[in-house]
Design a protein around this ligand. Structure first.
Ligand code: ADP
Ligand code: MG
Length: 425
């Protein structure tokens, strides 16, 4: 029982600084200062190490264990090599201070047998997915325990007086090994959770800003529309039927004004807060509209859009929302190209489904990327938000549809949207 109590106490020594780090640092400063952030991680790791070493879990006389390896490993993974080295130096110094030189040998053996693994991982750590991180953490925990068992075994041979390794002690060491590995796993999961939360908070702030800007822009667009209407009216009045050149010019002016007006209307439709309406709508019209709105964006990025859209494809839904779905998928398809490329929009009916297929010749996605797709805020773009697909999935789900994505890295991606058909009344 006292063993469990001791392990829980050590876990507290390690988890408490992490929670302190989250509430005192991440919440206030958004961890923008990388250097200070690193000092802080180092200090907190050292704090945990000293506490663990001061109150070790005594198994038998001369044989005690503690969870000091966990802050060293976690500090190295999240803070880098400098944290690993400095926290290890403090650990050795304190060990020397506590027990003198005789216990340095097993500590040094155990340490050198496991520390290479987190040091090798530091550069890759942040690129790993969550599941991979947990697997690595499990591996590191087992390795660290094997290292400390070997150190104890070697040390027992070298110096037989210090302790006797009876069956009972071996059992204890086994328990401690399991406790150690599970604790490391728990601590890494907690760190990941803290990081994710901080990231999500940052993204929320950014999307709030985006929201505000788009609302302001919508009000400006609305204001611009009125003078456009006035100008259009007066241009018509100024029109001189006898002068052919002037007539051509005014026609040009009016058609350009109409284009500006159309764009503003489209933009306002997209930006205005939407109330949910459900009506029967024609997917083809919607797709043509989307492709014409987005065509200039495609031209800028050297991507050509090809359409093959059948007629009379009726579904039941909310037009602006469905438009948003198509916009995002087509926009993603355009953005997946580094250079020139093609996007095909194909829409047809198959049994009771209207199927919209959007295919690109872009970068494609790996299996791992595909798995992470529906996750909020997952983006690989510098200016991406990672919200588009999340919203897309949600809207399609609310229409009782399905979205299927197939992708081949380097070849391209095909997004297939299935929507239940509605009969035209
Ligand atoms: P954003 O476009 O803001 O990045 P999305 O939710 O729309 O957010 O997309 C999330 C991520 O999915 C993108 O960053 C990209 O990596 C990937 N993605 C989506 N569509 C495609 C596609 N057609 N080709 C390649 N990658 C894609
Ligand atoms: Mg997008």
């Amino acid at each position: 029982m006292s063993f469990i109590k001791d392990v829980l106490l050590h876990l507290f020594f390690i988890i408490f600084p992490i929670l302190l780090y989250q509430s005192l640092w991440l919440d206030k400063f958004h961890a923008t200062n990388v250097k200070q952030n690193r000092y802080l991680i180092g200090l907190l790791a050292i704090f945990s190490i000293l506490l663990c070493m001061t109150f070790p879990i005594v198994i038998d006389q001369g044989l005690s264990v503690d969870l000091r390896a966990i802050p060293i490993i976690v500090g190295t993974l999240y803070g880098g090599m400098s944290i690993g080295i400095s926290s290890a130096s403090v650990m050795f110094a304190y060990e020397f201070f506590q027990f003198g030189s005789q216990s340095m040998l097993p500590t040094a053996i155990a340490f050198s047998l496991y520390i290479w693994a987190p040091l090798l991982m530091t550069s890759k750590w942040f690129r790993l997915g969550k599941r991979k991180k947990i697997q690595v953490a499990l591996g590191l925990g087992v390795l660290q325990q094997l290292a400390s068992f070997s150190a104890i075994a070697i040390h027992g041979k070298v110096n037989t007086q210090s302790f006797i390794l009876g069956q009972e002690n071996i059992d204890f060491l086994l328990y401690s090994g399991i406790a150690h590995t599970l604790s490391l796993l728990l601590v890494i999961m907690l760190c990941e959770h803290v990081r994710e939360m901080t990231f999500i908070r940052g993204q929320l702030a950014a999307s709030e800003k985006l929201n505000m800007v788009s609302e302001l822009a919508a009000s400006v667009a609305h204001e611009v529309r009125n003078p456009l209407t006035v100008v259009r009216g007066f241009i018509q009045l100024l029109n001189d039927p006898t002068d052919q050149t002037k007539q051509n010019y005014s026609k040009l002016v009016i058609s350009e004004l109409d284009r500006a007006e159309r764009m503003i209307t489209e933009y306002l439709n997209l930006a205005k807060p939407q109330t949910e309406v459900r009506e029967v709508l024609e997917v083809g019209d919607l797709l043509y509209e989307v492709s014409s709105i987005i065509s200039s964006y495609a031209v800028i990025r050297n991507v050509s859009i090809h359409t093959d859209i059948n007629q009379d494809l009726y579904v039941f839904g909310d037009p602006p929302k469905l438009k948003q779905v198509f916009m995002n998928v087509v926009k993603n398809a355009i953005e997946s190209h580094e250079d020139v490329g093609d996007v095909w929009i194909h829409a047809f009916q198959k049994r009771q489904y209207v199927i919209v297929q959007i295919k690109d010749t872009g970068s494609g996605m790996s299996k791992e990327q595909l798995n992470r797709l529906g996750q909020p805020f997952y983006t690989t773009k510098d200016k991406g938000t990672g919200i588009g697909l999340m919203v897309t999935y949600r809207i399609i789900q609310s229409l009782r549809g399905r979205l299927r994505l197939t992708s081949e890295p380097g070849q391209g991606t095909t997004v297939t949207i299935f929507l239940p058909t509605a009969k035209k009344f």
